[in-house]
Design a binder for this molecule. Structure first.
Ligand SMILES: NC(=O)c1ccc[n+]([C@@H]2O[C@H](COP(=O)([O-])OP(=O)(O)OC[C@H]3O[C@@H](n4cnc5c(N)ncnc54)[C@H](O)[C@@H]3O)[C@@H](O)[C@H]2O)c1
Length: 322
């Protein structure tokens, strides 16, 4: 297959490009490198089946030759990125999604949207299955991200119904692993960086809010399965073992052997209280399920962070996190 991956130099995108090249696909990455890193795909550049075009997907894209599938991941994804870049976030989810849908339509290709658990907002039911419609504040601090993903799902569904594009939607829950940026504001890289450098671990609220953390290799295994499937979804992709943020902090301290303390900060606005996916639909339709336990995934992540430069480029400390 020839697969276009928008956002292919980012955290998830680079792992996906690698997995697709490994299984024999030809991969074309489109990325503006706003939060992606050239280093994430440097090892793929010598592969004849991989190429990368720096571009902004909010501008129309035309690619010569055949395209069999388009996977749309391009979007600011971490709270620190979408708080700093609200309008580009809205553009990536709206114009960017439509441009990628048009590209898929032009080539009669399969289109896969990387949506998010954020469409459930501060969910009223627990755990979250795909029947939940969501509880999102349309003008709240997270809205540029959450609402644009909801709009992207609507747009994708309209292209399926009215333009007969073969579309699929996956709703990704918190995923962690190597290649996350140490200052990207998401909770796992923040805690790991802070533990390794002896800084206090910044816990928002009292840390009793829950998240479900999926190791990147597990998550990525679901994406080729969704490319190959004719199913529209949406399918939740995430690890259903729910942990409190405080438990995560304690585990990171244990696994790093760090003596860092925890510093409790005010909870940001609209922070979801509980988040945990039901993944039975993905299991049935895609034969997918997460396998790597949190302790093992954290060990691998910590080892990767520890092997990076001890002086990473510092980005602004986030005021919210997912
Ligand atoms: N990692 C997670 O836990 C998670 C959870 C839910 C959903 N997702 C979704 O998965 C996707 C990838 O997330 P990630 O964690 O890899 O984030 P990331 O920031 O590492 O990757 C996003 C990529 O998109 C690129 N990009 C952003 N705007 C662009 C534009 N206009 N044109 C071209 N490229 C652009 C960035 O440069 C980056 O390479 C996002 O759509 C995100 O919403 C991720």
């Amino acid at each position: 297959m020839r697969v276009v991956v928008s956002g292919g130099s980012g955290f998830l995108g680079s792992h996906l490009c690698e997995a697709l090249v490994r299984r024999g696909d030809s991969v074309h990455c489109l990325d503006d490198f706003s939060s992606g890193r050239a280093a994430n795909i440097a090892h793929l550049l010598h592969e004849p089946s991989f190429r990368c075009t720096p571009c902004d997907v909010t501008e129309p894209s035309r690619l010569p030759g055949r395209v069999d599938a388009v996977v749309h991941l391009a979007s600011p994804a971490s709270p620190s990125d979408y708080h700093r870049h609200p309008l580009p976030t809205l553009a990536a989810g709206s114009r960017g999604t439509e441009n990628m849908l048009k590209l898929a339509a032009h080539h009669s290709a399969r289109f896969v949207l990387a949506s998010t658990s954020a469409v459930y907002g501060d969910a009223t039911g627990h755990p979250q299955d795909e029947e939940h419609w969501g509880h999102v504040n349309p003008i709240g601090p997270r809205s540029v991200h959450d609402e644009t993903k909801r709009f992207a799902e609507t747009l994708t569904t309209a292209y399926r119904r009215d333009e007969r594009v073969d579309t699929g939607i996956v709703r990704i829950f918190n995923t962690y692993g190597p290649r996350m940026r140490p200052y990207d504001g998401r909770v796992v890289p923040s805690f790991v960086r802070q533990a390794l450098t002896g800084e206090p671990l910044t816990v928002f609220g009292d840390g009793s809010q829950t998240r479900s953390f999926c190791y990147v290799d597990d998550l990525i295994a679901g994406l080729p399965a969704m490319i190959d499937s004719p199913a529209p979804g949406p399918f939740n992709l995430g690890d259903p073992s729910e942990r409190t943020v405080r438990e995560l902090a304690e585990l990171v301290l244990l696994l790093t052997g760090s003596t860092s303390e925890m510093r409790f900060l005010p909870l940001p606005g609209d922070d979801p209280v509980r988040r945990c996916p039901v993944v039975s639909r993905a299991r049935e339709a895609l034969g997918w399920q997460p396998r790597v336990p949190l302790e093992e995934g954290l060990r691998r992540t910590i080892a990767w962070f520890a092997a990076q430069s001890p002086h990473p480029v510092r980005e602004p400390e986030p005021s919210a996190r997912s």
